[in-house]
Design a protein around this ligand. Structure first.
Ligand code: NAP
Ligand code: G4F
Length: 342
């Protein structure tokens, strides 16, 4: 039996990865942050199978202790302040967690068990103002947010520890991946949750920012399989994980409304753009400039050819299935809320 340590286990990816590793027979350790009300987040349903360790990415002592307790063979570093918009509000904390936190974890491994294998959750946000289309492992980076900049440090320090200490340390450069467990503030889940509320009559419209931004969206369940594959190779290398399809936020919204049985049409431009329900003429989407970012990543589309060829990875959940699963899940959640309120 192998031991795995997952930082960020309570988040979206951490929960799917924990399920995958438990299925594979790993003993799974997960880092938890202390909160005033105990909250297991997305792993509540499997909490009895996980060995929790209280720790924080900003506290290297707690990470050294976590390595001593877990004696992890594989460490998956998923913990992060992961919401790009907030990184302009808390740039220093974002850097402490997403940049220095990676060094803290790498040092803890180097001190306690240098032969442990290390996965770093790198991101397509590092490509930012893209220098090539599509983006692959050779594309130069140009981050556009404090989050992207901090993650770029995490990416390079991982490569540096691989080269300096011959550690098995690698990064998956993952493009956007969503799911039924996505945080409510990210645009996909914000849309599917609002669509469910609009469909069930408890909300009139959703307000969004830049509808022209393009993202390469996959499902988290497919992407955590890639994380595991990255740590099972003969030697450590970095890989892009993506679908090679890109869509605008507008297209995601259109697909989500359609999945709930609402056909929408868009009219107007820029901040005056709206979407109406074709059947009723009611406005169901408005643009609100408050949701625009100080600097935007306009277009992301990844080329996962290296991962497909060398890891045998491929995504199984299509864009339409992703949207349908998220809308169906939010319809069930909102329906339940309505019933319990009555
Ligand atoms: P998420 O749902 O926001 O989860 C983030 C996790 O990090 C949570 O478990 C959170 O714990 C934990 N965390 C935050 N600050 C911490 C700290 N100081 N110490 C310890 N734990 C801390 O994120 P996700 O979508 O699963 O993403 C997982 C990782 O992949 C992140 O590093 C993200 O930046 C990266 N990534 C995500 C995507 C994507 O599209 N989802 C794409 C590329 C890369 P609490 O529950 O205590 O808040
Ligand atoms: O859903 P988002 O907040 O995700 P973003 O910024 O692409 O970041 C996510 O993916 C990264 C991988 O590329 C991860 F590293 C990161 O941790 C995170 O998981 O925004 C997507 C796009 C942006 O262009 C944003 O400006 O949607 C646009 N958008 C338009 N209206 C909105 C909104 N985003 C949010 N969150 N809320 C809106 O109302």
């Amino acid at each position: 039996m192998k031991n795995a340590l997952i930082t960020g286990i309570t988040g979206q990816d951490g929960s799917y990865l924990a399920e995958l590793l438990l299925e594979k027979g790993y003993k799974v350790y997960g880092l938890m942050r202390r909160k005033s009300v105990v909250d297991y987040g997305n792993v509540d349903h499997i909490k009895d199978k996980i060995h929790f360790i209280y720790a924080d990415m900003q506290d290297i002592v707690s990470l050294i202790t976590a390595m001593k307790i877990s004696q992890a063979d594989e460490v998956y570093n998923l913990a992060a302040q992961s919401f790009v918009a907030t990184s302009w509000d808390t740039p220093c904390t974002t850097a402490d967690i997403d940049a220095i936190g990676v060094t803290n974890m790498l040092e803890a491994i180097r001190i306690v068990k240098p032969e442990a294998r290390f996965y770093q959750a790198s991101t397509s946000e590092m490509f930012g103002k893209v220098q090539a289309i599509p983006q692959d492992e050779t594309t130069p980076f140009y981050p556009r947010s404090p989050y992207g900049v901090a993650k770029l440090y995490g990416h390079w320090i991982t490569k540096n520890y691989r080269e300096s200490y011959d550690m098995y340390a690698c990064s998956g450069i993952l493009f956007n991946h969503e799911s039924e467990r996505r945080g409510l503030e990210f645009v996909t889940r914000k849309i599917t949750h609002a669509v469910a509320r609009i469909k069930l009559g408890v909300q009139d419209y959703v307000e969004l920012g830049n509808l022209d931004a393009k993202r390469d969206w996959g499902h988290s369940k497919d992407y955590v399989r890639a994380m595991w594959l990255l740590l099972q190779q003969d030697h450590a290398e970095d890989y892009v994980i993506a679908t090679n399809e890109t869509r605008t936020v507008r297209e995601f919204a259109e697909a989500a409304f359609k999945a709930a049985g609402i056909e929408v049409e868009f009219e107007g431009e820029g901040v005056n753009e709206i979407a109406k329900d074709k059947a009723t003429g009611k406005v169901v989407l408005k643009v609100n400039p408050d949701f625009f970012r100080p600097a935007e990543v306009e277009l992301l589309i990844g080329n996962p050819a290296k991962a497909e060829k060398e890891l045998g990875w491929e995504r199984e959940i299509s864009f339409n299935e992703l949207v349908e699963r998220m809308v169906k899940n939010d319809l069930a959640i909102v329906e339940k809320e309505i019933k319990s309120a009555n």
